[in-house]
Design a protein around this ligand. Sequence first.
Ligand code: NDP
Ligand code: 8X3
Length: 248
Amino acid sequence: MSWTIISGSTSGIGLATAELLASRALPLILLGRRQERLEEIQKKLQSQTKVEIFAFDLRDRGQIKNFLEVAKPLLSTTHNLINNAGLARGVDSFQESDLEDIDEMIETNVNGLLHLTRGVLPFLIENKKGHIINLGSVAGRVVYPKGAVYCATKYAVRAFSDGLRMDLLGTPIRVTNIEPGMVNTEFSEVRLRSKSKADQVYAGMTPLTAKDIAETILWCLERPAHVNIQELVIYPTDQASVGQVYRR
Ligand code: NDP
Ligand code: 8X3
């Protein structure tokens, strides 16, 4: 058995990745907060592969610890960790931003990712096989107005990916940072707390789909063990850079 953990698998990129990996019969450990969605996804995918689900909040260190304890028998044969869970909250100048929003982004995108990785990594090292794929963003390469904190979290993911690769040099563990531009998922609805406002974000242009990113994740996983795709920047053709979008 060779398990792949996917955080944030209840929607968007994480869900599309779970669907694609399941189609290749890769056993999955799916994480997210929404238990009902996880159960539906498990039901749908388990005809193709083994699927284990764990519902918990990545902001809660105790819940991560509990997951690591309960999932221990699976972790000893886990080889891939896809750190996908993450979010932006609000489009505000920093001086007007909500402290709750700031904390939620930092605690999920940075602390949650670090704590989960710290817990799973010893198993990958022990197994002498592993691939950690982090979902960064173009927001980890380009800062834009009213996005200071979200960008800071994705810069952190980029720095962490680079540093972790250095710390793991000499082990077979690979580290990849995937950095997409605009992908049409629940991301904008979560960020703007409005479906209609979210739809406006993608109006008149063709964004990336979650499946586009899932395919690049699978491609990275499928490279031979001596090949590590360190980072991948993926924009829609209609987006030249952050804020540079062609609309018809
Ligand atoms: P979605 O909103 O569709 O998915 C986000 C996932 O993260 C959900 O499954 C959600 O599950 C999970 N999640 C959020 N908060 C928590 C938490 N506290 N604990 C556990 N799980 C959590 O967005 P995307 O698929 O677009 O986002 C996936 C990743 O891709 C994110 O890291 C995002 O920053 C990044 N990204 C997205 C881009 C885009 O334009 N969409 C572009 C570049 C990067 P649940 O609510 O069930 O917990
Ligand atoms: C999401 C892409 O440009 O909205 O990470 O920050 S962007």
